[in-house]
Design a protein. Structure first.
Length: 310
């Protein structure tokens, strides 16, 4: 082996060691498996539940999304901003209808290699009709995947509906060997007509994933960047089979996909309205799983062996 190759191999090994240090240091590296989507708010309202969003990762800054809310009184609104390449020290600035809403540094949920989800209560800033939401991001090399809005709107001229809004951020990836995750809805009514809306980020077209509701397949290749790059807001009719329904996300062929939000809206068995907000959960730790360590080490060894044979 000549001197040039020895220098090249030494440089590659050094780069690999620096990469491993970056991965294991936590700051900008692996940030945990995350939290499966769980119910943050539920209730019954005489009116409707509005869910919309878009438009995929674009790199635009500020990132602007418009929402056309239905007639009625906004009883509850939850605004979601999933972000790519989050690192400690990043900030996002939220402006709703020209009013500064808040400045946030720490996301509500973060997992994998910096896929983050910021959640905002925006009930007092929204109204029926057109609303403008703007996010200014201080995130070098990253930014929003999109902006999604879930609104519970009261309209006395409409029938009552039962609803659940689930949120979280769970990393289904080949590196941590997580292939599936469940999200449950307690208190569902068997046989009632219902609609399901799910937000996934980081999915790739052609890498087939699966979605199940009460063991029935309700979608294939859901994470396919249908609303924009790495952003999918998927809606489908479902029929609960029991008093506790289960939504199952299955990674399948996807390298990375993150279930973040799941909203279920069903016909209600009662006229009694209520709104119940649950305590928000927090993630525990960000330890690098052994599978991630092994993948990184194997990659380094493969590079070393490849150049040693030359």
């Amino acid at each position: 082996m000549n001197t040039g190759k020895k220098i090249l191999i030494a440089a590659l090994i050094g780069a690999a060691l620096m990469f491993l240090f970056f991965v294991f240091s936590g700051n900008g590296g692996w940030q945990g498996d995350g939290i499966p989507p769980y119910t943050i708010v539920e209730g019954v309202v005489r009116g409707e539940v509005y869910i919309d969003g878009g438009h995929g990762y674009t790199g635009e800054n500020p990132y602007i999304q418009y929402f056309e809310l239905p007639p009625g009184e906004v009883k509850y609104a939850r605004l979601y901003v999933p972000v790519w390449n989050y690192d400690s020290g990043d900030n996002i600035y939220l402006v709703v209808n020209g009013q500064k809403h808040s400045v946030r540094q720490e996301p509500d949920y973060v997992s994998a290699w910096g896929t983050a989800l910021y959640c905002f209560n925006a009930s007092t800033f929204l109204h029926a009709g057109l609303n403008e939401v703007s996010v200014l991001s201080e995130n070098p090399g990253g930014g929003p995947y999109g902006i999604t809005l879930a609104v519970v709107s009261k309209n006395s001229s409409m029938s009552p509906v039962r609803f659940w809004i689930n949120e979280g951020n769970y990393a289904l990836t080949y590196t941590n060997k997580k292939d599936r995750v469940e999200s449950t809805f307690k208190g569902t009514s068997p046989g009632k007509n219902a609609s399901l809306h799910t937000l996934l980020v980081a999915g790739t077209e052609g890498e087939k994933d699966e979605l199940y509701f009460d063991s029935e397949n309700i979608g294939s290749d859901v994470g396919k960047s249908s609303q924009g790059k790495y952003f999918d807001l998927y809606s489908v009719s479902v029929f609960p089979k029991s008093t506790e329904s289960t939504l199952l996300f299955e990674r399948g062929e996807e390298g990375y996909v993150h279930p973040c939000v799941a909203v279920l809206v069903s016909e209600s068995e009662t006229d009694s309205e209520f709104l119940k907000i649950h305590e928000q959960k927090t993630a525990t730790g960000g330890e690098v799983p052994y599978s991630v360590i092994i993948v990184c080490l194997l990659a380094c060894i493969a590079v070393f062996l490849r150049f040693r044979k030359r």
